[in-house]
Write a protein that binds this ligand. Structure first.
Ligand code: PLP
Length: 233
């Protein structure tokens, strides 16, 4: 798997250069490797090459891979999460990136309380309203945080966004800028039970823009594992 090793090395070099050029510390940017559709053997190879955090967007695939791989790996649920599947991930994953409704928050809270733990989550923000249905609209975010902050089984650690599906760099940058200013805005308010430590944005096609605009967690699939043979949504 010479390719995989090269891909990881190239990615780390790019993240490094990009961070330094943006006046940031490369160590502050965490890479989440998105292995969806790739078999466990390939993820294991990535793990041997220094990847310790993996993200999956489907519950079944996540649970299966989690059970088969080394226990020192950190797992993130990055995809849309249905309420009836919460019980399989709450309390087992380090971070859920996709909290996007009060009902889902309540379900995660219930499952976490039952397991006597606190589930770390990111609030997914809808920064591309015209294209995607998932995520909290920017204007609703404070009302949403108020409702989630009182749930004892949930800890909000930051925000997540998926960039617009376009090659228009100006458009992408504009959304990421908006995301970062929202993140800073919330952080400065120092809300009870709300931490703003993580800003998860940037994928294989736009992680450099995301880093320039303040992301500290990037979710990278194809730049590590190569093209997926089908689109898993
Ligand atoms: C698939 C996926 C990624 C990674 O996408 P690439 O373009 O392959 O880097 C990141 N975030 C989410 C939510 C995804 O579903």
């Amino acid at each position: 798997m010479e390719n995989l090793r090269n891909n990881i090395e190239n990615l780390k070099n790019k993240v490094n250069d990009c961070a330094i050029q943006a006046g940031r510390n490369p160590d502050d940017i965490k890479i989440v490797a998105v292995g969806k559709t790739f078999p466990v053997e390939v993820l294991q190879e990535a793990h041997l090459n220094g990847i310790n955090t993996f993200g999956e967007n489907k519950v079944q695939e996540l649970v299966e891979k989690m059970s088969l791989m080394s226990k020192d790996i950190e797992w993130h649920m990055i995809g849309h999460l249905q309420k009836n599947k919460v019980k399989y991930v709450a309390g087992s994953v380090a971070l859920i990136h996709s909290l996007d409704s009060v009902e889902l928050a309540e379900e995660i809270n219930k499952a976490a309380c039952k397991k006597n733990c606190i589930q770390n989550v990111l609030v997914q923000i809808n920064i591309s309203e015209e294209e995607t249905k998932f995520g909290i609209p920017v204007l609703s975010v404070y009302g949403f945080l108020d409702k989630v902050a009182v749930l004892p089984g949930i800890r909000v650690k930051g925000l997540m966004a998926i960039g617009p599906h376009t090659n228009d760099v100006v458009n992408i940058r504009e959304r990421f800028k908006k995301m970062h200013s929202l993140y800073i805005d919330i952080k400065q308010k120092k809300l009870d039970n709300i931490d703003m430590d993580i800003l998860s944005m940037g994928m294989s096609n736009d992680f450099e823009i995301a880093i320039q605009e303040g992301a500290n967690m990037i979710r990278i699939g194809s730049a590590i594992f190569g093209k997926r043979s089908y689109v898993a949504q």
